[in-house]
Design a protein around this ligand. Structure first.
Ligand code: HH2
Length: 286
């Protein structure tokens, strides 16, 4: 079995299925770059969550703080107040839903796990909060370790790399070693090159093109390219929520290169594209 199939099977197991996994984005924030303010009301968030599950999301990723370029952090209390009622509402209606919480704070992670979340998505790769590694270890849950150069407020000012693919790969290798040394089981580690986090257009393209270097680390890979600025630069689509076609191209190309999780806003479009990509690649493998 090749990397693509192997990683898809491992990813599928986490989401209760067998193939590549669509991770539906639910930002419970007033200021996220493409859906800010849409789902601040827990009822609206739960309705959107149910729609994404019906469209084929294997995981829902809930965030209570925007990390878009230029964004300001919120307090842990505020983050918890935004996210927990939504987790509770979703699970009351859909107890089988696999929920991931997009946070770098151990307190938020612990509260979300307590409320029924099953995965931690840490955009700082366990660097943001010294207690996060032990919180993840205690919870014995999968964790997504993402690469970011700088911090959201300033990261897009002048991102610079000698060799972006090597540096991102080496960073993810170091952070996964750190996670395992802290007692997190290797099978609970997922890595993510962090598309758009301290990266310009060329950096994002180099990472997507050479994704096999990240896949070779041996952990399932998550890609979060959905509606991001670099897609708008290529397609000249200014409105973030209209960048779905460009997003689908990243999903298919990343899947072919071995990514297993696809964090997207538009679940149905990406799910259908993945189904076709899977069918074609399966035919090639036979
Ligand atoms: N991108 C965003 C947020 N969290 N997590 C992972 N693992 N990978 C990503 O690429 C990623 C992420 C940014 O996108 P979005 O949630 O749509 O916007 P915002 O940060 O403005 O809420």
């Amino acid at each position: 079995m090749g990397h693509t199939a192997q990683n898809a099977v491992r990813a599928g197991t986490l989401a209760g299925g067998t193939g590549p996994v669509v991770v539906g984005i639910l930002n419970v924030t007033p200021d996220s770059f493409s859906d800010g303010g849409d789902f601040l009301d827990p009822e609206a968030a739960a309705v959107h969550a149910a729609a994404m599950l019906d469209e084929g999301a294997g995981i829902l990723d809930l965030g209570g703080e925007s990390t878009r370029p230029g964004s300001e952090p919120v307090s842990q209390e505020e983050e918890i107040q935004r996210v927990i009622p939504v987790i509770e509402r979703i699970l009351a209606a859909r107890p089988e839903a696999v929920i991931s919480v997009d946070t770098y704070r151990a307190g938020t992670a612990a509260a979300a796990i307590e409320a029924g979340a099953r995965i931690i998505n840490d955009v700082t790769a366990l660097r943001g909060d010294p207690s996060m590694a032990s919180a993840v270890k205690e919870a014995a849950r999968p964790v997504i370790l993402m690469h970011m150069q700088g911090e959201p407020k300033t990261m897009q000012r002048e991102p610079h790399y000698e060799d972006v693919v090597r540096e991102v790969r080496d960073f993810l290798a170091r952070r996964s070693e750190y996670a395992v040394a802290a007692g997190i089981r290797p099978e609970n580690v997922i890595v993510d090159p962090g598309i758009g986090f301290g990266k310009n257009l060329e950096h994002n393209l180099a990472l997507l093109q050479n994704l096999d270097a990240i896949v070779d680390l041996g952990f399932p890979v998550l890609i979060g390219a959905s509606r991001k600025t670099f897609i708008g630069r290529i397609t000249s689509v200014q409105e973030a929520r209209e960048r779905v076609f460009g997003t689908v191209a990243t999903t298919v190309l990343a899947y072919e290169r071995g990514a297993a999780f696809f964090r997207v806003h538009d679940v149905r479009a990406n799910r259908e594209a993945l189904a076709v990509a899977e069918a074609v690649l399966d035919t090639l493998r036979r």
